[in-house]
Ligand binder design. Structure first.
Ligand code: OOG
Ligand code: MG
Length: 257
């Protein structure tokens, strides 16, 4: 299978924000490893065009997320500097059918690598934790995909925003943090940090283990998004999305053209 050619095609759809058919209905026998290879090739193209790798994201770490897309195992993707929003405002331009989801992010001061990582290694390496929202945008028609498709498509990454206030990692029991997401004042999703693999720290453990299989690591200064706590909701022009993270403040995200 010519993974380079498949990656070239997917990359063109990513940069032009146009939908495509699932890869798995067109290319028989693509494996999950092939999909991570395709992801890597696409991301290298962004990086060759000047973007920087700023971290990693875990996806499908909560049952709510797994159920909503019908894929039952965690995945990961790359975070590039061009995905980061400097203000809590997202423009729909350049996006296909975006959705937003609440997440907790870790920011690291030390390197984390290897497959024998424990939560305490994560705490020692963590500088702070920050509430976040991720805007995902599958390049596949109808936001519909299999595990292999979504891995190839960099786990549907599009944009992310980190709240301004950071928190000491030990100060708050992250599994206990209640999250309420509102769209235009109406409650649309609720959840708690425990939705993410029992505790978001486990998502970081899993991220480091998955990276170690491809010889990569979490580097100092990087961010890891631990995965949507609730289902993601579609966003539309002029929506006001507010997400409150109990004891960790609120993110008010506005949506525009
Ligand atoms: C896959 C990306 C999942 C998360 O936090 O679970 C993800 C998708 O739902 O399109 O970012
Ligand atoms: Mg996510």
């Amino acid at each position: 299978m010519n993974l380079q050619a498949i990656a070239d095609e997917l990359y063109r759809h990513q940069i032009s924000a146009t939908e495509l058919e699932k890869l798995t209905v067109r290319y028989d026998g693509l494996s999950v490893d092939d999909a991570y290879e395709i992801q890597q090739i696409c991301m290298s193209q962004y990086m060759n065009a000047g973007q920087k790798l700023v971290g990693w994201k875990m996806g499908l770490t909560s049952k709510a997320k797994q159920r909503s897309v019908g894929v039952e195992e965690p995945i990961f993707g790359h975070l590039l500097d061009g995905m980061e929003l400097y203000e809590p405002h997202v423009s729909l331009t350049g996006l296909i059918h975006p959705r937003v989801e609440p997440e907790l992010a870790f920011i690291f001061k030390h390197r984390l690598e290897g497959d024998r990582i424990l939560p305490r290694d994560v705490w020692l390496a963590t500088e702070c934790v920050v509430p976040a929202v991720e805007i995902i945008d599958s390049r596949y028609k109808n936001f519909s995909f299999t595990l292999v498709d979504v891995v190839a498509d960099n786990a549907s990454s599009a944009k992310f925003y980190l709240a301004e206030q950071a928190y000491a990692p030990y100060q708050i029991a992250l599994d206990q943090v209640g999250v309420v997401m509102r769209r235009n004042g109406e409650v649309v999703q609720t959840g708690a940090g425990a939705a993410v693999l029992g505790h978001p720290v486990r998502s970081v453990v899993e991220q480091v283990r998955m990276l170690s299989r491809i010889g990569k690591a979490v580097e100092p200064g990087m961010v890891v998004l631990t995965g949507g706590i609730t289902e993601a909701i579609y966003i539309h022009d002029r929506d006001q999305i507010s997400v409150s993270f109990e004891g960790m403040g609120e993110i008010e995200l506005s949506v525009g053209q």
